[in-house]
Design a protein around this ligand. Structure first.
Ligand SMILES: NC(=O)c1ccc[n+]([C@@H]2O[C@H](COP(=O)([O-])OP(=O)(O)OC[C@H]3O[C@@H](n4cnc5c(N)ncnc54)[C@H](O)[C@@H]3O)[C@@H](O)[C@H]2O)c1
Ligand SMILES: N[C@H](CO)Cc1c[nH]c[nH+]1
Ligand SMILES: [Zn+2]
Length: 431
């Protein structure tokens, strides 16, 4: 963990280094992913089989490539009542939030008599990546599948790694709850490539969504264009902006909640009270010692964590904007005032009683969010990621006569006479 103070002479340089740190895109990750993607594209299932054996340590021909609907239904039926209720609560709230995102079709006639508009339709098939390397992510299955269904996607394909051949029953239960059409036991870059290019067993999809570790995030980036993607959602990040009136134990727990995802995650505290920041650092250490996920969380905190002392919480906000983090908690009495100053973040958590983990599971907004400063230009997963828009226009003779001459002039100026001709012929015919 590094500690910075805006008053220090070298602050600007050290903060630049923090902003520019490349946690998830080391060149060997990009190179290894390119090799995996090429192999799956060229060799299909044989490559999927080999990479699963090497990276997830099981033989798909023995453990099975696909989980059938009956196994998913059985997993759902076998859930403890409390867990089943929690999964259903999460699904209900996620659906309610995303129902409000359905985009509206537009159709109108302008003053020239031209009918104009745009119509939204779902993609035919979506591939959903559900991470499963270090932890299992049934919540992520819901966060992807529910907006896809709200959009109207017909074929919903889940891919998820099953390390050492172990299937997580809650992931299967979540697949049953959303009515996933296919569940394949493959993960990593190889699963993303299979969804993009198709293999003998897995028919290709139109859009691949979902988060994952550095290899998964890079694979999505590399197959973009062959398929659509939502955005690059890699190792998790949290920024907490907190004043000295917070309970240091609460803030420490929030920082560790994202540190435990992966050794490459990042947790950063901005505080306007140095003594409070010391207490948070001590609490992080104390909590780490008791955390079952300490091995991962400690590496993340020690390698990528930071505490930044600022003269006021308002002064922290331009610095947070530069990080454009996945999650920002604003833990103070007037979080809205800070939120008004914030421009770049995947999701914001306002107030002392809004820990980020609530958003990970049950609040409703999507937890699949851009990482690696990509909140500068990207947004969290939503219904429109599973849809595309077709614009339309309709002219009658009068409208064509009005717009035709300008079109002809521009087409001739661009040196494209056939364009001009296709308009000119119709205008002449009409006269
Ligand atoms: N940004 C978001 O919205 C969001 C949401 C949830 C989770 N996450 C992130 O998702 C990630 C989940 O990671 P995970 O590892 O638990 O599961 P994962 O499913 O993302 O990755 C596991 C796969 O990575 C591949 N892999 C591992 N080591 C490799 C190597 N050396 N070379 C090539 N491939 C390799 C394997 O194929 C394995 O199946 C975490 O980083 C977490 O922070 C992000
Ligand atoms: N915090 C993750 C997004 O970065 C989402 C998640 C799922 N389960 C727990 N957390
Ligand atoms: Zn989380």
């Amino acid at each position: 963990m590094i500690r910075l103070d805006t008053q220090d002479g070298d602050f600007a340089t050290r903060f630049d280094t923090l902003v520019d740190a490349r946690r998830e895109a080391a060149s060997d990750v990009a190179r290894d992913v390119a090799t995996i993607v090429r192999a799956v594209r060229d060799e299909g299932d044989a490559a999927l089989h080999a990479f699963t054996q090497k990276l997830d340590r099981h033989d798909l021909n023995e453990t099975g490539w696909r989980v059938d609907a009956a196994a998913c239904a059985a997993a759902f039926d076998g859930l403890e009542p409390e867990l089943r209720a929690a999964l259903e609560l999460a699904a209900t709230r996620i659906r309610a939030y995303h129902e409000k995102q359905r985009p509206e079709d537009v159709s109108y006639t302008d003053a020239a008599g031209v009918r104009l508009g745009a119509r939204w339709r779902a993609v035919d098939a979506a591939g959903i990546y559900v991470p499963g390397g270090r932890a299992a992510y049934p919540s992520t299955l819901l966060m992807n599948a529910i907006p896809a269904r709200v959009a109207g996607v017909e074929r919903l394909v889940v891919v998820t790694p099953t390390p050492d051949g172990e299937v997580n029953p809650l992931v299967l239960a979540a697949a049953h709850l959303v009515g996933a059409d296919e569940v394949w036991r493959v993960g990593g870059a190889q699963a993303v490539a299979a969804l993009a290019y198709g293999t003998e067993r897995i028919a290709r999809v139109d859009v691949v969504t979902g988060p994952g570790n550095a290899w998964v995030a890079e694979a999505k980036r590399q197959v973009y264009g062959v398929v659509g993607i939502d955005m690059v959602a890699g190792p998790s990040e949290i920024v907490v902006v907190a004043d000295g009136a917070n309970d240091p134990e609460w803030i420490a727990a929030d920082l560790l909640s994202q540190a435990e995802h992966d050794t490459t995650t990042q947790s950063i505290l901005f505080a306007d009270d140095a003594a409070f920041a010391d207490r948070v650092a001590e609490a992080v250490e104390r909590q780490l010692q008791a955390l079952p996920t300490q091995a991962v969380a400690r590496v993340a905190w020690e390698d990528n964590g930071a505490i930044v002392i600022v003269p006021s919480l308002e002064a922290a906000m331009p610095l947070v904007d530069r990080l454009a983090p996945e999650h920002v908690e604003l833990a103070c009495d007037d979080p809205q005032a800070l939120f008004d100053l914030l421009r770049h973040a995947g999701s914001a958590f306002l107030g002392r009683h809004t820990p980020e983990a609530i958003g990970d599971y049950v609040a409703g907004p999507n937890h699949v969010l851009p990482t690696g400063r990509r909140a500068r230009f990207a947004s969290g997963l939503g219904v429109s990621d599973f849809m595309k828009r077709t614009s339309f226009l309709q002219l009658d003779e009068t409208a064509l006569n009005e717009l035709g001459p300008a079109t002809i002039a521009l087409a001739r100026a661009e040196g494209l006479p056939a364009h001009a001709q296709s308009v000119a012929l119709r205008i002449r015919t009409n006269r």
